[in-house]
Design a protein. Structure first.
Lengths: 177, 475
């Protein structure tokens, strides 16, 4: 999370249960409160949809990286075996491409994996020097944490706290960065 | 949501809550090393030092220190290489193929199995470097103009395919494993009390905070990694088998090799996972996470793949006879009845007969039987590679050049090196990293939250707590 503003003040709803927090997202949103993000110890299916996050396009990136890997190997085998130093092996064509399918496949997989994971890290701002933006340290253990940016909501702090409690939050805390 | 049918035995027993999972797994990382761990580590490390001396001498003196001769030019080196690579197939199979099949029992074992994969591939790679004799020239295997002249590596050769397959497999497995670790490392970071561990686990957890958007992308990339790792894991042992199958040596030149090798790899890999997990389970008291259901499920895969291997052995024999080729027939008769008959029958007994014992429910749910049979399977799989490699080579077309292979202390010492390396790395992993994937286990257990009001969750609390936690065969 690199795009938060430094003096932001957040209201943090802490939930005990994954099913509760999933329902709470819909309830809090329909009460007219804008949710910053929900932090959970494990992935909850449907949570990103409930929050209205757009579907990730990382698959496109993965495909393009894979294609790059494939084309790199096609070019390399073509250049080395077919053009730079052609050899007749077993009376076959110089560029006997079926024999190069294994290496083309391997490089496709390698580029897909590294490129996709790299894209994932960059797009989420993850890296060894990234300071994690933690609204509640227990959200990597057993709590489900909903963060509300007070600066981006018209409702008052007290009103939002009531909405959060009504949706099942066990605690409502204030967090200032 | 992850709803488990009431007729299914739960994958995690003992009525664990999310906090229990964190506590049970993290306390191994956070606590002082136990006595058992320290003893095991010291032994592994001593073995590693002895093995390192042997490897050093092998490199210093040359491959003449091995028992190789003019006829048998490949023996323990390639046997060990194929054996370790085979073992290294289970981790990615568990985490990738079982993920695609939505087999949830993988969650308790995938972390350790993937770690095992990575260490096994490192051991396998060490034999590649060893058998080169001059490891400082290892870069010759890369597609560079040969000796920086103008000749390139030969992309028609399976040995070159192997360079790409093994290095891709290692890299992708490492990335897959590490990405799986990141959320759990963040858990350890947020619990850390000392500055040093907060710094180290903080750096390795990459600033993870578990936001919904991050999780959605994370699940997406995990699925794609699983999707590309599945053909990858199958391709690796296929290519290893082609090192043999594309040659014209009787006994090697068979089209059955790729599926037969892949089944054998899964077979030995699962056996090694069983061995490691059964020990980890007892030492770290993880009986609630690695249950009899897990042991039984893995034993079923061992029986399946063991049977495939058995069918392959018999098919090979039939084809050798049916081919009508004199040399092919002799190669197989020589395996069964020649001077290495004992290796052949050790392979047959360990790989074909022993896993059939798992048809008995009692045996496949027994810790002792599982452990012993898993060791037996890996002995058998080592002999399989030895039989394929040495018995196919030692009696070639020219009877005057027939020879026997006898290992020297450096053949054995270099093999011992790989055990020292493997167990040292595995013990370091078990101490400093969470051996069970905490976030995936949390995702499959249904919590029994104390404070949860029944009206909010929509599920009556009583219903949630009394999910059937029967444990049919408690130890």
């Amino acid at each position: 999370m690199s795009h938060h503003n430094d003096s932001a003040k957040f209201l943090v709803g802490v939930y005990d249960d994954d099913e509760v927090v999933l329902k709470a997202v819909t309830e809090v949103k329909s009460a007219g409160v804008r949710i910053h993000e929900v932090y959970t110890p494990f992935p909850i299916h449907g949570l990103d949809v409930a929050l209205g996050h757009p579907r990730t396009r990382i698959g496109i990136a993965a495909f393009l990286f894979g294609l790059t890997g494939f084309l790199c190997m096609v070019s390399l085998t073509y250049y080395t075996m077919g053009s730079d130093w052609p050899m007749v092996i077993g009376g076959k064509d110089n560029y006997a491409y079926p024999a190069y399918v294994p290496v083309m496949f391997e490089l496709t997989v390698l580029f897909t994996a590294l490129g996709m994971v790299g894209t994932f890290l960059v797009s989420n701002g993850l890296g060894p020097t990234t300071k994690p933006l933690m609204f509640d340290l227990r959200s990597t253990d057993n709590k489900f944490v909903m963060a509300i940016d007070l600066g981006k909501n018209k409702k008052s702090e007290a009103e939002i706290a009531t909405v959060l409690r009504a949706s099942g939050a066990a605690e409502v805390n204030v967090k200032q960065f | 949501m992850h709803v488990t049918s009431p007729v299914r035995t739960p994958l995690v027993t003992g009525g664990k809550t999310y906090a229990d999972v964190t506590e049970d797994i993290c306390k191994q990382v956070e606590g002082k090393p136990t006595r058992a761990w320290t003893i095991a580590f010291v032994i592994s490390f001593v073995v590693l030092i002895y093995g390192t001396c042997c490897v050093f001498w092998t490199w210093w003196e040359g491959l003449g220190v091995w028992g190789l001769n003019k006829t048998v030019g490949w023996a323990w080196d390639i046997t060990n290489f194929v054996w370790w690579v085979g073992i290294g197939h289970a981790g990615t199979l568990i985490s990738a193929i079982l993920l695609l099949f939505r087999m949830k029992y993988r969650t308790s074992i995938n972390r350790a199995a993937e770690a095992m994969t990575i260490f096994a591939v490192i051991c396998a790679a060490s034999f590649i470097l060893m058998h080169m004799g001059r490891p400082w020239l290892a870069y010759w295997a890369l597609p560079l103009p040969n000796a920086f002249g103008s000749l390139w590596v030969n992309f028609n050769s399976p040995l070159v395919w192997d360079v790409f397959a093994i290095s891709t497999y290692f890299t992708v497995s490492l990335v897959f494993w590490y990405m799986g670790l990141v959320p759990d490392l963040a858990t350890i970071r947020d619990r850390a009390t000392s500055k040093v561990s907060r710094y180290i686990y903080g750096a390795f957890s990459l600033g993870w905070n578990g936001g919904a958007k991050t999780w959605a992308r994370y699940e997406y990339i995990s699925l794609i990694l699983a999707g590309i790792s599945t053909p990858l894991v199958l391709s690796v042992h296929t290519i290893v088998s082609m090192d043999f199958a594309t040659s014209v040596i009787p006994g090697w030149h068979t089209t059955i090799f790729p599926p037969y090798f892949v089944a054998g790899a899964i077979f030995s890999g699962f056996a090694m996972v069983q061995n490691l997990m059964l020990i980890t389970r007892v030492v770290f008291k993880l009986e609630d996470y690695i249950t009899f259901e897990h042991i039984e499920s893995m034993n079923k895969i061992i029986t399946l793949t063991g049977s495939i291997v058995g069918v392959a052995y018999i098919t090979e024999f039939f084809i050798a006879w049916y081919s009508g080729v004199e040399y092919e027939r002799y190669a197989f008769l020589n395996r069964m009845l020649g001077p290495y008959w004992w290796a052949y029958w050790a392979m047959m007994t360990c790989n074909v007969i022993s896993p059939q014992l798992f048809w008995s429910r009692k045996i496949r749910r027994s810790v002792t039987w599982t452990f012993v049979l898993s060791v037996v399977v890996n002995i058998g799989m080592w002999f399989e590679r030895f039989v394929i490699i040495v018995t196919s080579l030692h009696r070639d077309y020219l009877p005057s050049s027939w020879a026997m292979f006898t290992p020297t202390m450096f053949d054995i010492g270099d093999y011992i090196f790989s055990f020292g390396l493997f167990f040292t790395l595995f013990l370091l992993f078990a101490k400093f990293l969470p051996v069970i994937n905490m976030f995936e286990v949390k995702a499959i257990i249904r919590s029994a939250s104390e404070k949860l009001p029944a009206s909010v969750s929509g599920v009556a609390k009583g219903e949630r707590v009394t999910s059937p936690s029967f444990n049919k065969n408690a130890e």
